[in-house]
Design a protein around this ligand. Sequence first.
Ligand code: NAD
Ligand code: GLY
Length: 362
Amino acid sequence: MTKTINLNVDLGQRSYPILIGSGLFKQEGLLDAFIGGRDVLILTNEQLAPLYLEPLQKLVTGSNVQQLVLADGEATKTLETLETIFDALVEFRFGRDCVLLTLGGGVIGDIGGFAAASWQRGVDFIQVPTTLLAQVDSAVGGKTAVNHPGGKNLIGAFHQPLCVLADMDTLNTLPERELSAGLAEVVKYGLLADAELFDWLESESAALLRRDQERLQHIVRRSCEIKARIVAADEREQGQRALLNLGHTFGHAIERCAGYGEWLHGEAVAAGMCMAAGFSERLGWIGAEDVARIRALLTRFNLPVDPPRVDPNEFLAAMSLDKKVIGGEIRLVLLKKIGEAVVTADYPSHELLDLLSERFIH
Ligand code: NAD
Ligand code: GLY
Protein backbone atom coordinates (compact mmCIF):
# COMPACT_ATOMS: atom_id res chain seq x y z
CA MET A 1 0.00 0.00 0.00
CA THR A 2 1.54 3.35 -1.00
CA LYS A 3 1.04 6.63 0.83
CA THR A 4 -1.34 9.00 -0.97
CA ILE A 5 0.29 11.92 -2.77
CA ASN A 6 -1.70 15.12 -3.18
CA LEU A 7 -0.62 17.47 -5.99
CA ASN A 8 -2.25 20.70 -7.07
CA VAL A 9 -2.94 22.06 -10.54
CA ASP A 10 -2.64 25.77 -9.90
CA LEU A 11 -5.27 27.57 -12.00
CA GLY A 12 -6.61 30.20 -9.62
CA GLN A 13 -10.28 29.58 -8.86
CA ARG A 14 -10.22 26.51 -11.10
CA SER A 15 -7.31 24.88 -9.24
CA TYR A 16 -7.77 21.23 -8.36
CA PRO A 17 -6.03 18.36 -6.61
CA ILE A 18 -4.60 15.19 -8.13
CA LEU A 19 -4.72 12.36 -5.59
CA ILE A 20 -2.31 9.50 -6.37
CA GLY A 21 -2.27 6.41 -4.20
CA SER A 22 -3.48 2.88 -3.63
CA GLY A 23 -6.71 1.84 -1.92
CA LEU A 24 -8.31 5.20 -2.72
CA PHE A 25 -11.64 3.60 -3.68
CA LYS A 26 -11.85 2.25 -0.12
CA GLN A 27 -11.38 5.63 1.56
CA GLU A 28 -14.91 6.51 2.58
CA GLY A 29 -15.77 10.18 2.28
CA LEU A 30 -12.84 10.93 -0.06
CA LEU A 31 -15.09 12.55 -2.67
CA ASP A 32 -17.63 14.14 -0.33
CA ALA A 33 -16.02 17.57 -0.48
CA PHE A 34 -16.31 17.58 -4.29
CA ILE A 35 -19.75 16.04 -4.69
CA GLY A 36 -21.54 17.51 -1.68
CA GLY A 37 -24.78 15.51 -2.02
CA ARG A 38 -25.37 16.48 -5.65
CA ASP A 39 -26.69 14.28 -8.49
CA VAL A 40 -23.92 12.18 -10.05
CA LEU A 41 -23.63 10.38 -13.38
CA ILE A 42 -20.79 7.85 -13.45
CA LEU A 43 -19.59 7.20 -16.99
CA THR A 44 -17.61 4.07 -17.67
CA ASN A 45 -17.34 1.24 -20.20
CA GLU A 46 -18.17 -2.46 -20.47
CA GLN A 47 -14.62 -3.49 -19.66
CA LEU A 48 -14.33 -1.44 -16.48
CA ALA A 49 -17.84 -1.67 -15.05
CA PRO A 50 -17.45 -5.24 -13.73
CA LEU A 51 -14.04 -4.38 -12.26
CA TYR A 52 -14.50 -1.02 -10.55
CA LEU A 53 -18.04 0.31 -10.72
CA GLU A 54 -19.21 -1.24 -7.45
CA PRO A 55 -16.25 -0.10 -5.31
CA LEU A 56 -16.48 3.37 -6.80
CA GLN A 57 -20.21 3.62 -6.22
CA LYS A 58 -19.54 3.16 -2.49
CA LEU A 59 -17.36 6.25 -2.59
CA VAL A 60 -19.95 8.38 -4.35
CA THR A 61 -22.59 9.63 -1.95
CA GLY A 62 -24.68 11.93 -4.14
CA SER A 63 -28.43 12.35 -3.74
CA ASN A 64 -29.11 10.47 -6.99
CA VAL A 65 -26.22 8.39 -8.35
CA GLN A 66 -26.71 6.96 -11.83
CA GLN A 67 -24.34 5.21 -14.21
CA LEU A 68 -24.00 4.86 -17.94
CA VAL A 69 -21.91 2.00 -19.31
CA LEU A 70 -20.58 2.72 -22.80
CA ALA A 71 -18.96 0.42 -25.36
CA ASP A 72 -15.19 0.01 -25.04
CA GLY A 73 -12.70 1.51 -27.48
CA GLU A 74 -11.65 4.59 -29.40
CA ALA A 75 -14.64 4.11 -31.75
CA THR A 76 -16.86 5.24 -28.84
CA LYS A 77 -15.35 8.74 -28.85
CA THR A 78 -17.98 10.19 -31.19
CA LEU A 79 -20.73 12.77 -31.31
CA GLU A 80 -23.25 9.90 -31.33
CA THR A 81 -22.01 8.71 -27.93
CA LEU A 82 -22.19 12.26 -26.68
CA GLU A 83 -25.87 12.27 -27.65
CA THR A 84 -26.38 9.04 -25.70
CA ILE A 85 -24.90 10.74 -22.64
CA PHE A 86 -27.14 13.80 -23.08
CA ASP A 87 -30.17 11.50 -23.52
CA ALA A 88 -29.35 9.87 -20.19
CA LEU A 89 -28.93 13.25 -18.49
CA VAL A 90 -32.33 14.32 -19.84
CA GLU A 91 -33.90 11.06 -18.70
CA PHE A 92 -32.44 11.43 -15.20
CA ARG A 93 -33.47 15.11 -15.14
CA PHE A 94 -29.98 16.16 -14.12
CA GLY A 95 -29.53 19.93 -14.03
CA ARG A 96 -26.68 22.39 -13.90
CA ASP A 97 -25.61 21.32 -10.41
CA CYS A 98 -24.95 17.68 -11.33
CA VAL A 99 -21.49 16.11 -11.41
CA LEU A 100 -20.17 13.74 -14.07
CA LEU A 101 -17.60 11.20 -12.97
CA THR A 102 -15.45 9.46 -15.57
CA LEU A 103 -14.16 6.01 -14.63
CA GLY A 104 -11.79 4.76 -17.33
CA GLY A 105 -8.93 5.54 -19.64
CA GLY A 106 -8.45 8.51 -21.93
CA VAL A 107 -11.43 7.61 -24.10
CA ILE A 108 -13.96 7.79 -21.25
CA GLY A 109 -12.18 10.80 -19.72
CA ASP A 110 -12.15 12.75 -22.99
CA ILE A 111 -15.77 12.09 -23.92
CA GLY A 112 -17.09 12.48 -20.36
CA GLY A 113 -15.13 15.68 -19.95
CA PHE A 114 -16.57 17.07 -23.17
CA ALA A 115 -20.10 16.05 -22.10
CA ALA A 116 -19.49 17.96 -18.84
CA ALA A 117 -18.14 20.95 -20.75
CA SER A 118 -21.25 21.20 -22.89
CA TRP A 119 -24.18 19.91 -20.79
CA GLN A 120 -26.18 22.98 -19.79
CA ARG A 121 -23.15 25.08 -20.88
CA GLY A 122 -20.84 23.34 -18.44
CA VAL A 123 -21.14 21.24 -15.28
CA ASP A 124 -18.58 19.85 -12.85
CA PHE A 125 -16.75 16.61 -13.46
CA ILE A 126 -14.30 14.34 -11.70
CA GLN A 127 -11.67 12.24 -13.45
CA VAL A 128 -10.98 8.73 -12.16
CA PRO A 129 -8.31 7.53 -14.62
CA THR A 130 -7.66 3.78 -14.78
CA THR A 131 -4.95 3.50 -17.45
CA LEU A 132 -1.37 4.62 -16.92
CA LEU A 133 -1.75 6.90 -19.94
CA ALA A 134 -4.77 8.61 -18.41
CA GLN A 135 -3.12 8.90 -14.98
CA VAL A 136 0.04 10.51 -16.35
CA ASP A 137 -1.53 12.57 -19.10
CA SER A 138 -5.11 12.70 -20.32
CA ALA A 139 -6.94 13.09 -16.97
CA VAL A 140 -4.91 16.19 -16.11
CA GLY A 141 -5.09 19.51 -17.91
CA GLY A 142 -8.68 19.84 -19.06
CA LYS A 143 -8.42 18.87 -22.73
CA THR A 144 -11.66 17.12 -23.63
CA ALA A 145 -12.83 15.98 -27.06
CA VAL A 146 -14.52 13.56 -29.40
CA ASN A 147 -13.29 12.44 -32.80
CA HIS A 148 -14.68 13.38 -36.21
CA PRO A 149 -14.32 11.08 -39.26
CA GLY A 150 -11.97 13.81 -40.54
CA GLY A 151 -9.56 13.44 -37.62
CA LYS A 152 -8.96 12.75 -33.96
CA ASN A 153 -10.07 15.14 -31.19
CA LEU A 154 -11.35 17.70 -33.70
CA ILE A 155 -14.39 18.63 -31.60
CA GLY A 156 -13.71 19.54 -28.01
CA ALA A 157 -13.25 22.08 -25.26
CA PHE A 158 -10.93 23.03 -22.44
CA HIS A 159 -12.76 22.11 -19.24
CA GLN A 160 -10.89 21.41 -16.02
CA PRO A 161 -12.07 18.69 -13.62
CA LEU A 162 -12.89 19.27 -9.94
CA CYS A 163 -10.33 16.68 -8.98
CA VAL A 164 -8.38 13.71 -10.36
CA LEU A 165 -8.36 10.45 -8.43
CA ALA A 166 -5.59 8.11 -9.63
CA ASP A 167 -5.86 4.80 -7.80
CA MET A 168 -2.70 2.80 -8.48
CA ASP A 169 -4.53 -0.47 -7.76
CA THR A 170 -6.44 -0.14 -11.04
CA LEU A 171 -3.16 -0.57 -12.94
CA ASN A 172 -3.00 -4.21 -11.77
CA THR A 173 -5.67 -5.23 -14.28
CA LEU A 174 -4.35 -3.15 -17.18
CA PRO A 175 -3.32 -5.22 -20.25
CA GLU A 176 0.46 -5.22 -20.85
CA ARG A 177 0.17 -3.43 -24.17
CA GLU A 178 -1.76 -0.60 -22.47
CA LEU A 179 0.85 -0.34 -19.71
CA SER A 180 3.54 0.10 -22.35
CA ALA A 181 1.46 2.73 -24.14
CA GLY A 182 1.33 4.70 -20.88
CA LEU A 183 5.08 4.32 -20.38
CA ALA A 184 5.59 6.03 -23.76
CA GLU A 185 3.99 9.20 -22.35
CA VAL A 186 6.23 8.99 -19.28
CA VAL A 187 9.33 8.77 -21.51
CA LYS A 188 7.91 11.86 -23.23
CA TYR A 189 8.05 13.86 -19.96
CA GLY A 190 11.65 12.77 -19.41
CA LEU A 191 12.59 13.86 -22.92
CA LEU A 192 10.87 17.22 -22.87
CA ALA A 193 11.53 18.36 -19.30
CA ASP A 194 13.43 16.02 -17.01
CA ALA A 195 16.70 14.29 -17.97
CA GLU A 196 16.89 12.80 -14.46
CA LEU A 197 13.53 11.09 -14.98
CA PHE A 198 14.81 9.71 -18.29
CA ASP A 199 17.93 8.27 -16.57
CA TRP A 200 15.75 6.84 -13.80
CA LEU A 201 13.45 5.14 -16.33
CA GLU A 202 16.49 3.51 -17.92
CA SER A 203 17.58 2.03 -14.60
CA GLU A 204 14.10 1.08 -13.32
CA SER A 205 12.54 -0.27 -16.53
CA ALA A 206 12.38 -3.90 -15.35
CA ALA A 207 10.66 -2.99 -12.05
CA LEU A 208 8.19 -0.76 -13.90
CA LEU A 209 7.29 -3.56 -16.30
CA ARG A 210 6.78 -5.77 -13.21
CA ARG A 211 4.33 -3.08 -12.01
CA ASP A 212 6.19 -2.29 -8.81
CA GLN A 213 3.62 -0.01 -7.21
CA GLU A 214 6.00 2.46 -5.58
CA ARG A 215 7.84 3.03 -8.83
CA LEU A 216 4.59 3.35 -10.76
CA GLN A 217 3.43 5.91 -8.23
CA HIS A 218 6.71 7.77 -8.68
CA ILE A 219 6.24 8.08 -12.44
CA VAL A 220 2.59 9.12 -12.11
CA ARG A 221 3.64 11.76 -9.59
CA ARG A 222 6.58 13.09 -11.62
CA SER A 223 4.55 13.14 -14.85
CA CYS A 224 1.65 14.96 -13.17
CA GLU A 225 4.03 17.46 -11.56
CA ILE A 226 5.51 18.31 -14.96
CA LYS A 227 2.14 18.46 -16.67
CA ALA A 228 0.56 20.52 -13.87
CA ARG A 229 3.42 23.06 -14.08
CA ILE A 230 3.06 23.43 -17.85
CA VAL A 231 -0.76 23.60 -17.78
CA ALA A 232 -0.68 26.19 -14.98
CA ALA A 233 1.59 28.37 -17.13
CA ASP A 234 -0.28 27.88 -20.41
CA GLU A 235 -3.73 26.36 -19.92
CA ARG A 236 -4.99 26.94 -23.48
CA GLU A 237 -1.84 26.04 -25.38
CA GLN A 238 -0.82 29.48 -26.55
CA GLY A 239 2.83 28.57 -26.05
CA GLN A 240 4.73 26.05 -23.97
CA ARG A 241 1.86 23.54 -23.55
CA ALA A 242 2.55 22.49 -27.14
CA LEU A 243 5.75 20.87 -25.80
CA LEU A 244 3.50 18.15 -24.36
CA ASN A 245 2.88 17.12 -27.95
CA LEU A 246 6.41 15.78 -28.43
CA GLY A 247 6.09 12.85 -30.84
CA HIS A 248 2.43 13.64 -31.51
CA THR A 249 2.60 15.32 -34.93
CA PHE A 250 4.46 12.30 -36.29
CA GLY A 251 2.35 10.03 -34.06
CA HIS A 252 -1.01 11.32 -35.25
CA ALA A 253 0.15 10.84 -38.84
CA ILE A 254 1.10 7.24 -37.99
CA GLU A 255 -2.33 6.62 -36.44
CA ARG A 256 -4.01 8.12 -39.47
CA CYS A 257 -1.93 6.31 -42.10
CA ALA A 258 -2.08 2.95 -40.32
CA GLY A 259 -5.85 3.29 -39.83
CA TYR A 260 -7.25 4.40 -36.47
CA GLY A 261 -7.29 1.60 -33.92
CA GLU A 262 -4.35 -0.34 -35.41
CA TRP A 263 -1.78 1.45 -33.27
CA LEU A 264 -2.48 2.51 -29.71
CA HIS A 265 -2.02 6.24 -29.14
CA GLY A 266 1.00 5.65 -26.89
CA GLU A 267 2.60 3.33 -29.45
CA ALA A 268 2.25 5.95 -32.17
CA VAL A 269 3.74 8.56 -29.80
CA ALA A 270 6.70 6.23 -29.13
CA ALA A 271 7.56 5.86 -32.82
CA GLY A 272 6.73 9.56 -33.28
CA MET A 273 9.24 10.55 -30.58
CA CYS A 274 11.90 8.48 -32.36
CA MET A 275 11.12 10.36 -35.57
CA ALA A 276 11.32 13.70 -33.73
CA ALA A 277 14.64 12.58 -32.23
CA GLY A 278 15.88 11.50 -35.67
CA PHE A 279 14.94 14.87 -37.12
CA SER A 280 16.63 16.69 -34.22
CA GLU A 281 19.78 14.69 -34.97
CA ARG A 282 19.52 15.54 -38.67
CA LEU A 283 19.40 19.24 -37.74
CA GLY A 284 22.52 18.72 -35.63
CA TRP A 285 20.78 19.40 -32.32
CA ILE A 286 21.32 16.05 -30.61
CA GLY A 287 23.81 13.26 -31.21
CA ALA A 288 23.36 9.75 -32.58
CA GLU A 289 24.04 8.34 -29.10
CA ASP A 290 21.01 10.25 -27.72
CA VAL A 291 18.80 8.85 -30.47
CA ALA A 292 20.12 5.36 -29.70
CA ARG A 293 19.32 5.78 -25.98
CA ILE A 294 15.76 6.90 -26.75
CA ARG A 295 15.16 4.00 -29.11
CA ALA A 296 16.65 1.52 -26.62
CA LEU A 297 14.45 2.70 -23.73
CA LEU A 298 11.27 2.57 -25.80
CA THR A 299 12.22 -0.87 -27.13
CA ARG A 300 12.81 -1.98 -23.54
CA PHE A 301 9.21 -0.91 -22.82
CA ASN A 302 8.01 -3.08 -25.75
CA LEU A 303 7.14 -0.06 -27.85
CA PRO A 304 7.56 0.47 -31.62
CA VAL A 305 10.39 2.79 -32.66
CA ASP A 306 9.72 3.05 -36.42
CA PRO A 307 6.63 4.13 -38.34
CA PRO A 308 4.76 1.79 -40.67
CA ARG A 309 5.77 1.80 -44.34
CA VAL A 310 3.74 4.44 -46.09
CA ASP A 311 4.32 6.87 -48.91
CA PRO A 312 6.30 9.91 -47.59
CA ASN A 313 3.95 12.39 -49.30
CA GLU A 314 0.91 10.69 -47.78
CA PHE A 315 2.63 10.83 -44.39
CA LEU A 316 3.46 14.52 -44.83
CA ALA A 317 -0.16 15.24 -45.81
CA ALA A 318 -1.33 13.47 -42.64
CA MET A 319 1.14 15.51 -40.57
CA SER A 320 -0.21 18.75 -42.02
CA LEU A 321 -3.63 18.04 -40.41
CA ASP A 322 -2.06 18.55 -36.97
CA LYS A 323 -3.66 21.19 -34.73
CA LYS A 324 -0.24 22.81 -34.29
CA VAL A 325 -0.10 23.74 -37.99
CA ILE A 326 -0.33 27.53 -38.32
CA GLY A 327 -0.55 29.21 -41.72
CA GLY A 328 0.36 25.93 -43.41
CA GLU A 329 3.61 25.61 -41.43
CA ILE A 330 4.13 22.30 -39.67
CA ARG A 331 5.38 23.22 -36.20
CA LEU A 332 7.27 20.36 -34.61
CA VAL A 333 8.37 19.62 -31.09
CA LEU A 334 12.06 18.77 -31.40
CA LEU A 335 14.83 18.00 -28.95
CA LYS A 336 17.70 20.31 -28.01
CA LYS A 337 18.94 17.58 -25.68
CA ILE A 338 17.44 14.83 -23.53
CA GLY A 339 15.38 16.84 -21.03
CA GLU A 340 14.82 19.91 -23.24
CA ALA A 341 12.40 20.32 -26.13
CA VAL A 342 11.37 23.27 -28.31
CA VAL A 343 8.41 23.97 -30.58
CA THR A 344 9.68 25.13 -33.95
CA ALA A 345 8.87 25.59 -37.61
CA ASP A 346 12.39 26.87 -38.17
CA TYR A 347 13.83 24.10 -40.31
CA PRO A 348 14.39 23.80 -44.07
CA SER A 349 11.08 22.36 -45.33
CA HIS A 350 12.73 19.90 -47.74
CA GLU A 351 14.55 18.35 -44.78
CA LEU A 352 11.34 16.87 -43.44
CA LEU A 353 10.45 15.12 -46.68
CA ASP A 354 14.07 13.99 -47.05
CA LEU A 355 13.96 12.55 -43.56
CA LEU A 356 10.75 10.69 -44.26
CA SER A 357 12.03 9.34 -47.58
CA GLU A 358 15.58 8.43 -46.58
CA ARG A 359 15.49 7.40 -43.01
CA PHE A 360 12.11 6.06 -42.06
CA ILE A 361 9.89 5.20 -44.96
CA HIS A 362 11.38 3.20 -47.80
P1 NAD B 1 -8.56 3.73 -23.50
O1 NAD B 1 -9.34 4.67 -22.72
O2 NAD B 1 -9.15 3.18 -24.75
O3 NAD B 1 -8.16 2.52 -22.55
C1 NAD B 1 -7.38 1.47 -23.09
C2 NAD B 1 -8.03 0.09 -22.90
O4 NAD B 1 -7.80 -0.34 -21.56
C3 NAD B 1 -9.53 0.07 -23.09
O5 NAD B 1 -9.88 -1.17 -23.66
C4 NAD B 1 -10.05 0.15 -21.67
O6 NAD B 1 -11.34 -0.39 -21.50
C5 NAD B 1 -9.03 -0.67 -20.94
N1 NAD B 1 -8.83 -0.34 -19.54
C6 NAD B 1 -8.76 0.90 -18.99
N2 NAD B 1 -8.42 0.82 -17.71
C7 NAD B 1 -8.30 -0.49 -17.43
C8 NAD B 1 -7.96 -1.20 -16.26
N3 NAD B 1 -7.62 -0.57 -15.13
N4 NAD B 1 -7.96 -2.54 -16.29
C9 NAD B 1 -8.26 -3.19 -17.45
N5 NAD B 1 -8.55 -2.58 -18.59
C10 NAD B 1 -8.57 -1.25 -18.57
O7 NAD B 1 -7.13 4.32 -23.90
P2 NAD B 1 -6.10 5.31 -23.17
O8 NAD B 1 -4.77 4.92 -23.68
O9 NAD B 1 -6.31 5.39 -21.72
O10 NAD B 1 -6.49 6.73 -23.77
C11 NAD B 1 -6.36 7.01 -25.13
C12 NAD B 1 -7.26 8.18 -25.47
O11 NAD B 1 -6.83 9.29 -24.69
C13 NAD B 1 -7.21 8.61 -26.90
O12 NAD B 1 -8.51 8.86 -27.35
C14 NAD B 1 -6.40 9.90 -26.88
O13 NAD B 1 -6.76 10.77 -27.92
C15 NAD B 1 -6.75 10.43 -25.53
N6 NAD B 1 -5.75 11.35 -24.95
C16 NAD B 1 -6.21 12.52 -24.44
C17 NAD B 1 -5.33 13.40 -23.84
C18 NAD B 1 -5.83 14.65 -23.20
O14 NAD B 1 -5.01 15.49 -22.81
N7 NAD B 1 -7.12 14.82 -23.06
C19 NAD B 1 -3.97 13.07 -23.77
C20 NAD B 1 -3.54 11.85 -24.29
C21 NAD B 1 -4.46 10.98 -24.88
N1 GLY C 1 -1.69 15.71 -23.98
C1 GLY C 1 -1.28 17.01 -24.33
C2 GLY C 1 -1.91 18.09 -23.52
O1 GLY C 1 -2.63 17.83 -22.60
O2 GLY C 1 -1.68 19.23 -23.79
